[in-house]
Design a binder for this molecule. Sequence first.
Ligand code: CS2
Length: 445
Amino acid sequence: MPRILHLGIGNFHRAHQAWYTQLSNAHDNDAWKITAVSLRRPDVRDTLAPQDFDYTLVIKGTADTEYLRINLHDEILVGPENPQAVVDHIADPDTTIVSLTVTEKGYYVDTRSGKFQAKDPVIAKEISEGKPSTAIGYLAFGLKARKLAHGKPITIMSCDNLSANGETLHGAVDAFQKAAGLDLSDYLQNSIAFPSAMVDRITPATTDELRAEVLDATGWADHSPVSTETFSEWTIEDNFAAERPSWDQVGVQIVADVAPYELRKLRLLNGPHSLLAYAGLFHGHRYVHEAIADPKLRGLAAGLMTEAAVTLPDEIQSSTPNYSNELIERFANPALKHELIQIAMDGSQKLPVRLLSTVKDRMQAGKKSPNALEGVAYWLIFVLSRSASGEAINDPQADTFLNIAKSSGTIREKLEAVLKVAEPDLASISELPALLDRAEAIMTG
Ligand code: CS2
């Protein structure tokens, strides 16, 4: 039976790839199954195992809701409980795809320089102990086992919001295997494909309210439903090393070059998402649909879309007005109840790709970026004021931010220090003084 091994069993995977694969199974002789891996905690496995890994996907349009039972996962492995089981699954000849949704920080790649962080203590420990705990470690040790067992080709597919995610993942696995002396260069080169992919479907976190709604609508006391929007998009680079599901039969675009789609999504959707999150929380909003209904914030988000659109490759330019209008409608969907705080997490990883890249590209063309910089300013304020008041920030750089907040120095110096975490080369932002002026002005009211 053909099988996908998926690393990172979060709601996004369950609303997106699992949905496409369940639909495409109708077009394949052999139904695909997904074995999923939770890299850290057992919670999702513990909740889904008693329901045979089935769950309800709640697809919320502005008017109608669809309740669809997803029955596709055959097992959920919990990495720390048995790392070898994950390695064995990567080596299993029936596994032809390993896919990933492990978030930006799960790659251990500096989002600014693109360099793999081989010296990170977590990675260094995996290498010295020969025991994986990160997605990159599992892939490297798993591919080593696969090479030794039979050497069959396999596709490793990133489904995270990184630019050039396939290339980035390839680079990370290659750097890891070299640092660990695994001798995989030839195997990686000749038998492994790392397609890039653009993934898109807004997926809020599960709430008790959603559980109650599902029970009411379906009669099933599902402990782990997932809600999402009707819109869904997946564009994958046509670069597979082995068998794949008939995803192209159910709306997935398989294309020669994903880069334009990926950039459009990161800069027009994710950039404004982050802007709405930080500015929205500052102005007392809780949900995305509330933030986008605020005329000032809507203006900023739409302004950022226009600003970012001109930085995109020519072939995708003409699509951007419709794409942007559709995005505003998606953000406005009140049924989704998408929490701004969910989007606000991991800003140090997200800002470089979502906002600062737009600022830099425009600067090269001699243009200013007032809306993108407004997003950056609200992020600086979010980080600094929460760190100063001792509120926990969900970000791998949270400790650094805490130290900055506690340090002596003016507010301006602290804002600058926070910015430096996302952009070490401050000289590369010519609008820096205006940005800091603006952040200070917002902060001091
Ligand atoms: C969001 C994304 O949480 C976030 O940072 O911007 O998860 C967004 O909802 C998805 O990329 C939409 O496809």
